[in-house]
Design a protein around this ligand. Structure first.
Ligand SMILES: Cc1ncc(COP(=O)(O)O)c(C=O)c1O
Length: 400
């Protein structure tokens, strides 16, 4: 990588509008670019770097694993795979796990589970309830489930069999599914991430759980972004005291080593039979070790509590310093998943924050999103607010 301020990649497909920064290394919640400039990382690799960068307990564990075995294929047992499955089952109250490598793969597996659940009941054309503003990935099936026309544009025909409803509106889902014998599942993110940090209310999640029970539908909750401790509980739906039947995970599970998982409860755990589903890398020893160590270190270091406390501290600071500012619509989220919604598109803030030494993203055009490592300290949270608040105020003032 050339040591330039604006790296170019003539051989890489331009699927991302990159921020012109080339990063070289990190430590804790901080990263450095190739020119030596440091940044506080409030994006955390988009909710991936649970343990931050170069964690002193994770690095030797991964080095140890690489020296032993990276990959073996799913033709053979890897005892650590069962151990990680057990850890996820214990923390979710569910029963079985399928491992894969990414969020979209986990969601793809969930969609296949729902369809086969329907077929096994004699439903030839199963339909799945999905949500406005949802994001579930970029495969053909998961982009069809996604509720963002920009993600779908140019990739039709979309996969059929989805019924779309607005978030937090129980009457809307009742109406959209009334008398439809083909419905097999309801699929939502407990907190929509890409859609703009939009939490499902506990009340709504409880009502949908009851609706699924009453109709023998699967409740499938995409915890790819909001799960793995980010909100202060292992999984964001646990704030509602419910348990889903299917729960896709990825992102934070491996602290940066690619790993995804679909956790299933008793109703969905035995839908797949040998030959129904698979993936070469799923549950590979390196990925599984990353998952095991992530959970172990999170518990050793009390990172769920840290995410809750530091997240609340940051959100409170942002509310106090921004909510009276004209142009700020809402500060929302849970734990270390926080969005600041402005009344106008604000993508330019990404570069301005980076210039000021802060990495974050803008999603859904007008929502500044922070999903930092769960090791973030209170002092670092204060630093985020101290950098971000004046930049938001200046941006809104110049556009007034
Ligand atoms: C809620 C949710 N589901 C699924 C995905 C897709 O995950 P991946 O990019 O690993 O395929 C994402 C990615 O942002 C996500 O936020």
């Amino acid at each position: 990588m050339p040591h330039t301020a604006t790296p170019v990649e003539p051989h890489v497909m331009t699927t991302y509008g990159r921020v012109p920064i080339a990063l070289s290394h990190g430590r804790g919640s901080r990263v450095w670019d190739v020119n030596g400039k440091s940044y506080l990382d409030a994006l955390g690799g988009i909710a991936v770097n649970t343990l931050g960068h170069a964690h002193p307990k994770l690095v030797p564990a991964l080095q140890d694993q690489i020296a032993k075995m990276i990959h073996i294929s799913n033709y053979y047992y890897n005892p650590a795979t069962e151990e990680l499955a057990r850890m996820l089952v214990e923390r979710s109250g569910m029963s079985n796990v399928f491992f894969c490598s990414t969020g979209l793969e986990a969601n793809e597996a969930a969609l296949k589970l729902a369809r086969k659940f329907g077929h096994d009941k004699g439903i030839a054309k199963p339909e799945i309830v999905v949500y406005e503003k949802a994001f579930h990935g970029r495969s053909i099936a998961t982009l069809s489930a996604t509720g963002n026309p920009k993600v779908q544009a140019g990739f039709g025909p979309l996969v059929e069999g989805f019924i779309r409803v607005p978030v937090n509106d129980i009457e809307a889902i009742r109406k959209a599914t009334a008398g439809n014998p083909n419905v097999v599942a309801v699929f939502f993110e407990a907190i929509q991430g890409e859609g703009g940090v939009n939490p499902m209310t506990p009340d709504y999640m409880q009502q949908v759980r009851a609706l699924c029970d009453a109709n023998d539908w699967l409740l499938m909750i995409d915890e790819v972004q909001c799960g793995m401790g980010r909100t202060g509980k292992w999984f964001a739906h646990q704030w509602a005291g419910i348990t889903p039947d299917v729960m896709p995970l990825a992102k934070g599970l491996g602290s940066g080593v690619p790993i995804g998982a679909v956790v299933a409860g008793p109703k969905a755990a035995h839908i797949f039979a040998p030959g129904n589903h698979g993936t070469t890398f799923g549950g590979n020893p390196l990925a599984v070790r990353a998952g095991l160590e992530t959970i172990r270190i999170m518990e050793e270091d009390g990172l769920l509590a840290n995410a809750a406390q530091v997240g609340l501290h940051l959100q409170t600071a942002l509310v106090t310093q921004l909510m009276h500012v004209p142009g700020v619509k809402e500060v929302r989220g849970k734990g270390l998943m926080i969005g600041v919604e402005l009344d106008r598109p604000c993508g330019v803030l990404v570069q301005r924050c980076a210039d000021a030494g802060l990495l974050l993203s803008v999603t859904a055009d007008s929502v500044v999103r922070m999903v930092p490592p769960l090791i973030l300290t209170t002092a670092e949270a204060d630093e985020i607010a101290a950098t971000l608040v004046p930049l938001i105020k200046a941006f809104l003032a110049e556009q007034a």
